[in-house]
Write a protein that binds this ligand. Structure first.
Ligand code: GLU
Length: 436
């Protein structure tokens, strides 16, 4: 599908740029429309809803970089801080050519809801640099990241705003960011970012966490609709960190993963792929579409497969008004951030196709980030088993809270997740009051 961009994300993604179709759907516009829609179902003061349409703060910085050839280039970086009524701002930093102020604001709003749905003591933030990381050497990425940490030093911190990996960034960038920040502060401060390598205060299981939560939520949804996981067919768009981890777990639990993809296309086996044998995009780029499978498809065809579940786990804005009529699946679980546009979402709801939203499904990433932050504060590392157990518990709690709203108010999964998030945020705002 030519309109789609590379699904090579280290973390949950979420493009904000228009896909070129008739809907100009930025992450911010999408987030605001979702908020307005869900506000009707929740008992929160109008003024609070209005307040939540805007970020608390947007930091824009210039990030100069000495290139390997000796030349100097200046990049633009951002940090959007949406809301911190429930705790420090929390959310990723992405390196991508489409990063903009607007995109960061929209994505930071989704982080506020995501943290509230999970009942984590965090608000929402998101940042990034407008750069194609593929054009940078490792050394350039390190210098750029260290300088970004310095430029954002005043607005981030373990109690203020805690960045994490996102598209185009991963544990390495988090290590450089933490080191640069700590050097300047004069003490080792692992809690300034999450998603670090475990050897410097990162949490075991953090990298796999978004994919693991997508699998857990998909399993719960399958159960909710009374299907048998052994008879469930699943297509996963994007076989990077989120998609590969989700697909492999669901495969292990008995589902049949019939199609997976990377940026160059999809592989399809109606009898189910061996997801352990297919190398993930992050493990070896090009090996997904290069795998010897019975059939190959385009990324667009993957989304249109007649399967039980489609998991878009690559980039944002892939299910739009243009292709929604061709979606044949009975259930969508959002692995990426913002894969379904507002218009497509409305049409799917009219057709009775449930969409389990990103802010619940991929929230395992930020949940294990929270575990990492706790481990950093306590200077005590958890075992992988403990991370898995506690993640499972948190995901099931959040699932139950959202399911209650679905059942009691007859809402879509997205509206229900928003209701859970907004009522928690609204209560916190009302209780704290407005200052002065
Ligand atoms: N970037 C991830 C997300 O979109 C995780 C953010 C975090 O761990 O703070 O959920």
């Amino acid at each position: 599908m030519s309109k789609q961009k590379s699904p090579e994300t280290d973390e949950t993604s979420g493009e904000s740029t228009s896909t070129g179709d008739t809907e100009p759907e930025s992450a911010l516009a999408n987030a605001r429309r979702q908020l307005e829609r869900a506000a009707a179902y929740v008992d929160v003061e109008d003024g609070v809803i209005e307040r939540l349409k805007h970020p608390t703060k947007l930091q824009q910085v210039s990030v100069p970089l000495r290139r390997d050839d000796g030349s100097l280039e200046v990049f633009t970086g951002y940090r959007a801080q949406h809301d911190d009524v429930r705790g420090p701002y929390k959310g990723g930093i992405r390196y991508h050519p489409d990063v903009s102020a607007e995109e960061c604001i929209g994505l930071s709003m989704w982080m506020t809801w995501k943290c509230a749905v999970m009942d984590l003591p965090f608000g929402g933030g998101k940042g990034g640099i407008t750069v194609d990381p593929k054009t940078l050497s490792d050394e350039e990425r390190e210098r750029l990241t260290r300088r970004l940490a310095e430029e954002l030093r005043d607005v981030v911190g373990p109690k203020q705003d805690v960045p994490a990996p996102d598209m185009g960034t991963g544990p390495k960038e988090m290590a450089w960011f933490m080191d640069a920040y700590s050097m300047q502060e004069g003490e080792t401060m692992p809690g300034v970012v999450t998603g670090k390598p475990p050897v410097i205060g990162g949490s075991y299981g953090r990298e796999e966490a978004p994919g693991r939560s997508v699998a857990i939520i998909t399993r719960e949804a399958i159960d909710y609709y009374g299907w048998d996981i052994e008879d469930t067919t699943v297509a996963v768009q994007g076989f990077g960190s989120v998609g590969a981890n989700a697909a492999r777990l669901l495969d292990e639990w008995g589902a049949s993963i019939v199609a997976v993809s990377d940026v160059d296309g999809a592989i399809y086996d109606p009898d189910g792929l061996d997801t352990q044998d297919v190398e993930g995009h992050d493990e070896r780029p090009g090996m997904v579409s290069g795998y010897d499978a019975p059939e190959t498809l385009s990324n667009a065809e993957l989304l249109e497969l007649d399967v039980d579940v489609v998991i878009p786990a690559a980039v944002g804005n892939v299910i739009t008004a243009d292709n929604v009529d061709d979606i044949d699946a009975d259930l969508l679980v959002e692995g990426a951030n913002g894969p379904t546009t507002f218009a497509a979402d409305t049409i799917l709801e009219e057709r009775g196709v449930p969409v389990v939203p990103d802010i619940l499904a991929n929230a395992g990433g930020v949940t294990v980030s929270y575990f990492e932050w706790l481990q950093d504060i306590n200077r005590r590392q958890w075992s992988l088993d403990r991370v898995h157990e506690e993640l499972e518990e948190e995901m099931l709690k959040a699932w139950a809270a959202v399911q209650r709203e679905v059942d009691e108010q007859d809402l879509s999964w997205r509206d229900a997740a928003y209701v859970v998030a907004l009522s928690r945020i609204g209560k916190a705002k009302e209780t704290r009051g407005l200052w002065p």
